[in-house]
Ligand binder design. Structure first.
Ligand code: DGY
Length: 317
């Protein structure tokens, strides 16, 4: 008998679902109209596959009383209640490392999209404004500018490695200074924002970072400043972001993540100086294949009695 595994969202490319189907009896929750009934039918499931955004809360764990292992397709752990998993003896795996490059590429794409008005320019062409004789306002160059990183882990460092080609100066904010990194530490986020032309949010989500980027930080980034968020919507206070942009106290924003996905405030959608993408920083075929393989390998390790390849950090919970 194949072990039963609940899958919350279709993982792509197709090889990933094929690999899961080969080894497990799947309960695909995105295909059902009655989630409660589907969970009831899956009550003997021993595995759960989720994403960084969908996570797993205690109610879901309670609905799956035989659950032994959660395999997250993502690096963000904020949506999985790790203490609840630990209390129930559930092993948790995630996919660090394999998405660093894909997410970092997206951060650079967002910086260039906002600074060079790529999306605004595309609309300008398509809606006939260019043809009517108007000129798009000038963009600005990232070359030689200062980039502040809120969070300077694997992803932030890879973004900086890519941006080195543009000769940027780099600052970072973390709870503590890090050893051996090629950026200057700022222990105060507002001070870092004041000194930065661009702030890239690439820290973990969760309670420790909720609304860390508020009006004071955004105003310090300033009327020419650009905020880029490829981390979690929860890190930025969305009402403050909207108010600061509307008042012209912040220059622009490029956002891949939002407070209440997939809902994006109408006010942000209406602004020309805001680039919006639907949480796709890791969404390339290459990255999602690598992530999906790791999801499958973590499950396989668990069900063959071996340690997970990439267990979520559970110590001290
Ligand atoms: C992650 O890795 O957590 C991404 O945000 C995908 O959800």
């Amino acid at each position: 008998m194949k072990p039963e595994v609940v899958v919350l969202s279709r993982l792509g490319p197709p090889e990933v679902m094929e690999a899961l189907e080969t080894s497990y009896q799947l309960h695909c929750l995105w295909e059902v109209s009655d989630r409660q009934a589907a969970l009831k039918a899956a009550s003997s499931a021993r595995g759960l596959v989720t994403t960084g955004s969908l996570g797993a809360d205690p109610a879901l764990m309670d609905a799956l009383p035989e659950l032994e292992v959660i395999s997250i397709n993502g690096v963000g752990l904020d949506a999985v209640d790790l203490p609840a998993a630990k209390a129930r003896g559930i092993a948790v795996g995630y996919t660090p490392g394999v998405l660093t490059e894909g997410v970092a590429d997206m951060a650079v794409a967002l910086i260039l999209a906002a600074s060079r008005k790529l999306v605004e320019g595309d609309r300008f062409v398509r809606n006939g404004t260019w043809a009517s004789g108007e000129k798009l306002a000038l963009g600005w160059s990232i070359r030689g500018k200062t980039v502040g990183f809120l969070g300077f882990g694997r992803i932030g460092r890879e973004v900086l490695r890519l941006l080195a080609a543009f000769g940027v100066k780099a600052l970072y904010h973390e709870p503590k200074a890090l050893e051996g990194v090629s950026a200057d530490y700022c222990n105060d986020l507002v001070t870092m924002a004041e000194k930065s032309d661009v702030m890239v949010v690439c820290c973990a989500g969760g309670e420790a970072t909720r609304n860390l980027v508020d009006a004071s930080v955004l105003k310090a980034l300033g009327p020419k400043g650009l905020l880029v968020n490829i981390a979690r919507g929860s890190v930025v206070c969305e009402p403050d972001l909207i108010a600061t942009l509307e008042a012209g106290h912040l220059g622009a924003a490029a956002l891949d993540v939002f407070a209440d996905e997939p809902r994006v405030p109408q006010a942000l959608q209406a602004m020309e100086n805001v680039v919006l993408t639907p949480h796709i920083a890791s969404a390339t075929t290459e990255t999602r294949l690598a992530m999906g393989r790791l999801v499958v390998e973590n499950l396989a390790a668990y069900f063959s009695g071996k340690p997970l390849l990439t267990p979520a950090p559970m110590d001290g919970l």
